[in-house]
Design a protein around this ligand. Structure first.
Ligand code: HEM
Length: 517
């Protein structure tokens, strides 16, 4: 699964411009020489130093743009809270995820984004979110059953695919989500957008390179799929209980609906897909936490579901939303610890003004800012290979700080939560913080809990080595690659053999009802 920096980059960019604008702008730009306004920082005392600089603040030029890299406690606080630091504008130029030109549509953009955020909040209200539970579980059942009874796979491929399906279910229409071939096509197109992000597309977004043209076509195809779904729904006159219906009924302009689906799909699927893949990977190496999570879900089943309900996914669907949210502390802790180590984000901003000072250093208006993702902390045990890019987990500057998290590379969901204090601001930023806290947290957590619960109950799994046969005990081995390029984790699935022969009554629901019989 290709995966690039800036999960929310493409999302932010999609949200801010309609396809027609993006497409025509890119074409025009290919033909015309664009004069780009430069932001130059005088190298005075108050300017950050050029790279290589001190660990907390350094500066470089990306074409004509000033880019400042921050890290450290006070810089972190400023980064997440500064009024003029804008996430969407930051991602636009720094990620290069899709063709984008500075300043285009910026007048309309803020308003449109805030409507989209409002609709995202509406999807996560109690009733719609509860309504999504059976659908997420049904999708998960279908996908997980396709794994068969045993085998090995790369969780970053297969679990990611599963989360793509459930995210499409939650954020688009029943028609798209029900069409497995269309979901697969969408995933291919989004992967193409990611894979096409190269240094050249970041540095020269206006250059009609083959990669950029491929991305344009992928964007167009995604746009067409979404528009077709909207138009079909409007013309059918049939109302369905799904997110598309909520969007259509809200009476928003089509661009908002398209922006919602296109943008949030990529934000949601990438983030939940990567996180779920890491969860399964970590749990495959930590039988103790795996068992604790499984026991927690089984005990919820015992209390809230009817033992005669014939499938495991349906039984899990009987557990109410508020129970998943308030009575699953083990799953909560596993998600939290997974995000500490396997955070899929890179945080970027643009200072829309006014200029600000951080640690007495000037951050001018217009500058781009990145929260430093390269750890200065010791490499993890057993991984002395300099080719490994082990230390690049996003937010590693805080999440891998051994003074905050002793033995930081160890996956340990039983760690105590660290409170934010004046001396230690924002020790945990797995869901963002301050001005840019994740707006999809509620949905993401529910999706993660449901899919992982079904997986844990339906399968036994352990990590295996590259050859597929030696169980790997230390999950830290899985961290030998950059989490944003996670191809290392392979797991093996084993059906719970002791129960197989008793499953005859539930053959339709194989293998997920077996062990409960
Ligand atoms: C495990 C899954 C997820 C994780 C770990 C996650 C994490 C984050 C983080 C760290 C940020 C802040 C980024 C920054 O400060 O630069 C963020 C922002 C955001 N997330 Fe998520 N996210 C997840 C899933 C989702 C989903 C499913 C959606 C939507 C359906 C979503 C929508 C957003 C949006 C719209 C923002 C931008 C908020 C703003 O502009 O203020 N996220 N997320």
């Amino acid at each position: 699964m290709p995966y690039t920096i800036g999960l929310h980059s493409a999302a932010a960019a999609f949200l801010s411009a309609g396809f027609a604008t993006q497409f025509s702008v890119a074409i025009v730009i290919c033909l015309v020489i664009v004069l780009v306004t430069a932001y130059h920082v005088e190298d005075g005392d108050e300017a950050p130093q050029s790279l290589p600089g001190p660990p907390f603040l350094s500066i470089f030029q990306l074409m004509n743009n000033t880019v400042i890299v921050l890290s450290g406690a006070s810089a972190r606080r400023a980064f997440f809270n500064a009024k003029g630091f804008d996430l969407t504008e930051g991602f636009k130029i720094l990620s290069g995820a899709i063709p984008m030109v500075r300043g285009v549509t910026s007048g309309l953009q803020t308003k449109r984004i805030s409507v989209i955020h409002k609709r995202l909040a509406a999807v996560q209200k109690n009733v719609p979110l509860s309504d999504l539970i059976p659908a997420i579980l049904e999708d998960s059942r279908r996908v997980l059953e396709s794994y068969g009874t045993s085998g090995t796979f790369d969780p970053f491929e297969k679990i990611y695919e599963l989360m793509f399906q459930t995210t499409v279910r939650c954020l688009s229409s029943a028609e798209i989500a029900d069409d497995a071939a269309l979901v697969a096509r969408l995933k291919t197109l989004y992967d193409r957008l990611d894979a096409g992000t190269t240094p050249a597309t970041v540095l020269f977004p206006w250059l009609p390179t083959p990669a950029m043209i491929k991305k344009l076509w992928a964007t167009k195809e995604i746009y067409d799929i979404v528009v077709r779904a909207i138009e079909a729904r409007e013309q059918s006159g049939i109302s369905k209980n799904d997110t598309l219906q909520m969007l259509v009924d809200s009476g928003d302009e089509k661009l908002v609906i398209v922006g919602f689906i296109m943008g949030l799909l990529i934000a949601g699927a990438r983030a939940t897909g990567t996180t779920a893949s890491w969860m399964i990977t970590f749990l495959g190496g930590h039988a103790d936490f795996r068992q604790k999570a499984k026991t927690e879900v089984e005990s919820l089943l015992g209390i809230y579901s009817d033992a005669t309900t014939p499938s495991l996914s349906s039984r899990l669907a009987e557990i109410p939303l508020e129970v998943w949210e308030s009575q699953a502390p083990v799953l909560d802790a596993i998600i939290r610890e997974t995000l500490r180590l396997g955070q899929p984000h890179a945080a970027m901003r643009r200072n829309l003004g006014p200029e600000v000072y951080i640690n007495d250093k000037l951050i001018p208006s217009g500058a781009y800012i990145i929260y430093r993702t390269f750890s200065t902390f010791p490499e993890p045990p057993q991984l002395g290979n300099k080719d490994n890019q082990y230390a690049s987990t996003a937010f590693s500057d805080v999440h891998l700080d051994p003074t905050i998290y002793p033995d930081p590379w160890r996956f340990d969901p039983s760690r105590k939560e660290v409170e934010s204090t004046a001396n230690l601001p924002l020790p945990y930023v797995g869901w963002g913080v301050g001005k840019t806290t994740c707006l999809g947290t509620r949905l993401a957590k529910v999706e993660l809990k449901l899919t992982v619960a079904l997986f844990l109950l339906g399968f036994d799994h352990v990590l295996v080595d590259k050859n597929g046969n030696v169980p790997l005990a230390p999950p830290e081995t899985k961290l030998e690659r950059h989490p944003s390029m996670p191809t290392a984790g392979r797991i093996v699935l084993r059906q719970v053999h002791a129960h197989i022969s008793r499953a005859v009554n539930y053959a339709d629901h194989l293998p997920f009802s077996l062990f409960l019989v």
